[in-house]
Design a protein around this ligand. Structure first.
Ligand code: PLP
Length: 399
């Protein structure tokens, strides 16, 4: 009688879906090490005090109203200043729409660009909501290969071969979740050129723009020239504001080709009223205040990355590309399809036996993610060491 729609019954989000089993085990008394969610605030990274204070002040000073639907003007200005300073991207406040995290931005964008049967090219593997929302709006996510042997760089020939008359947009996630790849300028340029040749929109998720280890990010908008780019970015990771839900969409579109799309996204923003007003005030403080926590965060993460990557590659049956951005490893498990029936079986067996929670690679896209798992290297080395010791024992026992 109260049958939910097919589109929600089939929705998946592997990163949190795996929690169901972990919580069951926890209730039975098992200690769980959660390495599934990319949330720095769950570990020893703390929202800087000037940002916390700005939120408290905003509430005390009465910024408890609905904000303008596109976002507070001062935040949209601060974002333009940041994008130019950090990423070299020149945009105006009118090009920016504030969202409740990139997550809401993905939903709003896909609602605005996907008609039934439209195809959106996404990296394989990818951040799962891009798959979920394309499907939700009746479209077809088509994964283009990112090549493990080439540090998970996109395979542009594969991407080109997957273009059809129904393709509407190409998604880039750079630095990438789940693989930790930082795309080189040549690859970003080749993808942008393809988008230009075929009149496609480029979508660029750069939420990890400040979390890079040896090289800087080359922002898609800087190489795309007159190809319209919809940028997605936010405050969750760099400013450790995951629970506050603040992000933004921007349109980098010198020729105004995506002008109507921008106006339609603003219409959507009006229908959902606004993003959280006091948090937007804190967002201004985040962008305009001291930035020194970023370099110390990256330094800490780099040590954890180096430790995790080295340990993983020393375990028989596991191999791992070195991440150049974000805070994830995406190792390959050799014995999937022999010892374990699938990567999901590996993850669940490992969880049951050891209490360590990873996410199966196929949860990030079945073709290219299969046979892998994703883990965060956010925790201090002591916790990583405990988890990796358990993985080492588990592999020597089973693989
Ligand atoms: N985009 C990517 C690539 C992510 O990895 C994440 C979170 O892990 C998000 C977007 C979600 O960001 P937000 O917290 O702004 O909704």
């Amino acid at each position: 009688m109260f049958q939910p729609t097919e589109r929600v019954r089939t929705m998946k989000y592997a990163i949190r879906d795996v929690l169901v089993q972990a919580k069951q085990l926890e209730r039975k008394g098992k200690k769980i090490i959660y390495l599934n969610i990319g949330d720095p605030a769950k570990f020893d990274f703390v929202t800087p005090s000037h940002i916390r204070q700005a939120l408290a002040n905003a509430v005390d000073e009465g910024a408890n109203w609905y904000a303008p639907s596109e976002g507070l003007p001062e935040l949209r200005e601060a974002i333009c200043e940041k994008e130019q300073r950090v990423n070299g991207v020149v945009i105006q406040p009118d090009d920016v729409v504030i969202t409740q995290g990139i997550s809401e931005g993905i939903q709003m964008l896909m609602a605005a660009i996907v008609e039934s049967g439209d195809e959106i090219l996404v990296p394989g593997p990818t951040y799962p909501p891009y798959i979920s929302y394309v499907k939700f709006f009746g479209g077809k996510p088509v994964a283009y290969e990112t090549t493990e042997q080439e540090s998970w760089q996109p395979n542009v020939d594969d991407l080109r071969a997957k273009l059809t008359k129904k393709t509407r947009a190409i998604l880039i996630i750079n630095p990438n979740n789940p693989c930790g790849a930082l795309y080189n300028e040549k690859v970003v340029k080749e993808i942008a050129d393809l988008a230009g040749e075929h009149d496609l929109l480029l979508i660029s998720d750069e939420i990890y723009d400040r979390i890079v280890y040896s090289e800087k990010l080359v922002s898609t908008s800087c190489v795309a020239k007159d190809v319209p780019v919809v940028g997605l970015n936010g405050f969750s990771k760099t400013y450790i504001m995951t629970g506050w839900r603040l992000g933004y969409i921007y349109f980098h579109d010198s020729d105004g080709k995506a002008g109507e799309l921008k106006e339609c996204v603003k219409k959507e923003a009006r229908v959902r009223l606004s993003a959280n007003a006091p948090v937007q005030k804190a967002g201004v403080a985040a962008l305009e205040g001291p930035q020194d926590h970023i370099s110390s965060m990256v330094k800490k993460l780099q040590e954890r990355r180096d430790y995790t990557w080295k340990r993983l590659n020393a375990i028989a049956g596991i191999s791992c590309v070195k991440p150049e951005g974000a805070f994830y490893v995406f190792p390959r498990i050799e014995a999937v399809d022999s010892t374990w029936k699938s990567d999901a079986e590996f993850v669940y067996n490992f969880l049951e036996e050891t209490g360590v929670l990873f996410v199966h690679g196929s949860g990030f896209e079945p073709t290219y993610g299969y046979g892998h798992f994703r883990a965060v290297f956010l925790p201090p080395v002591g916790i990583l060491e405990a988890a990796l010791d358990l993985l080492e024992q588990f592999m020597s026992k089973h693989a």
